[in-house]
Design a binder for this molecule. Structure first.
Ligand code: FES
Length: 432
C-alpha cells in the first residue's frame, strides 16, 4: 500500500497464520492502536499475538497527520458541561499520560516536540470558555500573541510541549519482538477461541478489538454509537515553514502542521457518505493564502466519531468479560491510541488507571448525536437504490472525488469495482 508516509519509511512484513496458536492476549488489528497495545502488554510480561487482515499500518495509521496532543479540538468545556469538571480533569490526565508515554519511548521515529495551537477564525468566545475550563482543571495553556497562519484569526490558545511524529517509523519501532500475522482476517470469536478466514484458531484469555470500527455487530451497539468522518489532506510545497501545529476549534475546520519541507493542511471534512467540499476546501485555502505554494500530493483520512466526543475504550460489552475494544478516537487517533494501550494494559495486569471510567464504552448513549445516527441509518436503509452495503444493507453513495462507494450509515467504503476499502463491512459489495 502506497501512502504519503511510505516514501520515507519501510515497514517489516510478517507471515499469515498457518497453524493454531495460544496466547495470553490476542490483539485484532495491526494499526497504531493494536501495536501500541501489544507493545505495552508485552513489556508488562504478557504473551501477545497480533492479527491484521491486510498489512500493518495499511488502514488509518498510514493516512494520519500524526499530531500528538492533549487538546482535541475545544473538547474540555464540552466534556465539563456534559459530565462535570472532574471528568474533564480525568480526560486531561489520561491524555497528559499518553503524551508523556510517547516522550518516554521517543527514539527512532522522528518525534518532534512542539507547541500546539487551537484557533478560531470567528468564535473567540469558544476559546475563552475553553481557556477558563483548562485553567480550572490545571492544564497548561496561554493565549497566543502571534500565530504563524496567513489568515486572520479571532484568537488562539497555545498548548506547550505537544508532539508530532512519523507514524510509520513509529509503527516499525513498535514491531520489534512482537508476534504478528498479516493477511489474517478474523471471522468469528466464540469465548476464548477466535477463528480466522482460513480456519486457523487463536486461543487467548483476553481479546482486544483494535480494528478502527469494531466489526462485531451483535454486541455493544457500536453501529449506533459511532459514525465515520472523512477529512482531506493537501501536501503543500513552497509554503512558509511553521514551528507549531495548528487546529481549528470545529470538526470541519482546518489543521496545519509542518512535515519536512512541506505543510500538511487538512480540511473539507464531512460525514462519510454525505456530500462535502473535500479537497476543494484545502485547494481554495492554498490558492488564497499561500501564493506561490503548490499542492504536490493529497490523501484522505477517516475517523470514527463517538456520540459524546470521548473514545470508547474498555469492555466491548458488559456480558463478555474477556473482550475489549478501543475505538471512537475522533480526529485524535495518535494520542487516543496510546491512551487505549495504557488503559487496556492497566486493566489486563490488574492495575486499572484512575481515569479509565471516563472511557467506559457502556456509558450513557443519550446524546443528540444518537438521534442523528439513527435518523441517517433509517433514511439510508429505506433508500431503494443499489449498490447496497454488505455491513447492514444501507444504500451506498457514489463519492466522485475519491471514485468510491461510501456508506452514510457507519462509513464503510468500497472501490469503484466493489472491493472493500474501509470497514465496518468485512467483505466486498455483493454482485447481482
Ligand atoms: Fe453499516 Fe454500511 S457501514 S450499513
Amino acid at each position: 500500500m502506497e501512502t504519503f508516509w511510505t516514501n520515507t519509511a519501510k515497514l517489516p512484513s510478517f507471515p499469515s497464520m498457518t497453524h493454531d496458536v495460544r496466547a495470553d492476549v490476542l490483539v485484532i488489528g495491526g494499526g497504531l492502536t493494536g501495536l501500541l497495545c501489544a507493545y505495552h502488554l508485552k513489556r508488562a510480561g504478557l504473551d501477545v499475538v497480533v492479527t491484521e487482515a491486510d498489512t500493518i499500518g495499511s488502514g488509518v495509521t498510514g493516512r494520519t497527520t500524526a499530531k500528538i496532543t492533549t487538546q482535541h479540538g475545544a473538547c474540555y468545556h464540552t466534556i465539563a458541561a456534559r459530565y462535570g469538571m472532574g471528568t474533564a480533569r480525568q480526560y486531561y490526565d489520561a491524555n497528559r499520560e499518553a503524551l508523556e508515554a510517547y516522550h518516554d519511548i521517543a527514539g527512532e521515529f522522528d518525534l518532534k516536540s512542539c507547541d500546539g495551537f487551537l484557533f478560531s477564525r470567528i468564535h473567540r468566545e469558544v476559546l475563552e470558555t475553553e481557556y477558563n475550563t483548562l485553567r480550572t482543571i490545571g492544564a497548561h495553556v496561554e493565549w497566543a500573541e502571534d500565530v504563524e497562519l496567513p489568515f486572520p484569526v479571532a484568537g488562539a490558545l497555545r498548548i506547550p510541549h505537544q508532539a508530532q511524529v512519523h507514524p510509520l517509523k513509529l509503527l516499525a519501532f513498535l514491531t520489534a519482538g512482537l508476534t504478528i500475522y498479516e493477511h489474517t482476517r478474523v471471522r468469528e470469536i466464540r469465548g476464548s477461541i477466535t477463528t480466522t478466514d482460513n480456519g486457523t484458531t487463536i486461543t487467548a484469555k483476553s481479546i482486544i478489538v483494535a480494528t478502527h470500527f469494531p466489526f462485531l455487530n451483535r454486541h455493544g451497539a457500536y453501529f449506533l454509537k459511532l459514525y465515520q468522518h472523512r477529512s482531506y489532506v493537501a501536501v503543500v510545497d513552497q509554503a512558509p515553514p511553521i514551528e507549531g501545529m495548528y487546529w481549528e476549534a470545529s470538526n470541519s475546520g482546518f489543521t496545519i502542521r509542518q512535515c519536512g519541507d512541506q505543510l500538511l493542511i487538512v480540511g473539507g471534512g464531512h460525514r462519510t457518505g454525505k456530500p462535502g467540499l473535500g479537497w476543494k476546501a484545502t485547494e481554495q485555502l492554498v490558492r488564497h493564502y499561500y501564493p506561490g505554494a503548490e499542492i504536490t500530493a493529497r490523501f484522505a483520512t477517516q475517523d470514527c466519531m463517538s456520540l459524546d466526543g470521548i473514545p470508547y475504550i474498555g469492555r466491548y460489552a458488559k456480558h463478555i468479560p474477556q473482550l475489549y475494544v478501543a475505538t471512537g478516537f475522533g480526529g485524535w487517533g495518535m494520542t487516543s491510541a496510546m491512551t487505549a494501550a495504557l488503559l487496556l494494559t492497566g486493566e489486563l495486569i490488574g492495575k486499572p488507571k484512575p481515569w479509565a471510567p471516563v472511557f467506559a464504552p457502556d456509558r450513557t448513549i443519550w446524546h443528540r448525536q444518537l438521534a442523528v445516527n439513527v435518523g441517517e441509518t433509517f433514511k439510508t436503509m429505506i433508500t431503494p437504490t443499489v449498490p447496497r452495503c454488505p455491513h447492514l444493507g444501507c444504500a451506498l453513495k457514489w463519492n466522485a472525488a475519491e471514485r468510491s462507494w461510501d456508506c452514510p450509515c457507519h462509513g464503510s467504503r468500497f472501490s469503484e469495482s466493489g472491493k472493500l476499502r474501509n470497514g465496518p463491512a468485512t467483505g466486498d459489495i455483493k454482485k447481482g
